[in-house]
Design a protein around this ligand. Sequence first.
Ligand code: PEP
Ligand code: MG
Length: 310
Amino acid sequence: ARRAAYAEAGGPGRTADGHPVPLLANVGGPAELAAAVAAGAEGVGLFRTEFLFLGRSEPPGVEEQVRAYRAAAEAFPGGKVVVRTLDAGADKALAFLPAPPEPNPALGERGLRVFLRHPEVMAAQLDALAQVEGAEVMAPMVATAEEAAWFARECRARDLRRVGVMVEVPAAALRAGDLLSAVDFVSIGTNDLSQYAFAADRQLGAVRALQDPWQPALLDLVALTAAAAAEAGKACGVCGESAADPAMACVLAGLGAGTLSMAAGSLPAARAALAAHTLEECRLAAGAARDAVTAAEARAAARAYLPGLG
Ligand code: PEP
Ligand code: MG
């Protein structure tokens, strides 16, 4: 029966016992929306907006931005669409913004920090988002509760209804409850959270093992964040690519992630894996993974509780 469930899973994301885990797509621009719809995404959990800003000498106007964000909302009528504000930085330089060179771009003025220096760029982006019905908005690279509160104030001043922040800096995971007092939801970016937790450049093959999402320390940070959200009665999703591993999709649900967002191509396997296991099995798998010491042991321990993966 498990095999059949695995093979036949379709429709919305849910565990074998019917616990909903909406499956959303990470999208890098309007051109990727059709693939997300085709893969059965229930919405967009991460709309990366860098495509609008990179490689141009003038910033995009409000109207151009509205068109792009509206395309995402229209692709998923009634569905969730979470738009992330510009996540540029010294490694993704903005031709229209002069930026001094930085010795450690990953640790420099990137993500929300760019807006601290250039609030007019944020203002235009939030003005555009305020015109798109149903769009939720979240900020990348938030490290402190003060940053979250500042971003939330700017959003609420424009009547943006659902405001969130990404948790991709370990400080934000450790203090997720403080961040959540200003916003409606958090979305964990496991790509950068790994990079910063393990001090391992995500673009560097030589330190790849430290980027393994099965590292128990990363799972602890996810669990901490999800627990803070549960305590606050607010939503916590994951939008890093770690859920591309179907066993990890189950473990993330077991750790308390309420939604999973990933590349469209990874959605069918995640959907099938969830459909083949109960939430309790996912929780047991998550607990076993956190009890392990190494990433390989964590994965093996989790899979022992996830028989439907074969
Ligand atoms: C992440 O860091 O996990 C994430 C989802 O954002 P990006 O990959 O765009 O940095
Ligand atoms: Mg990131």
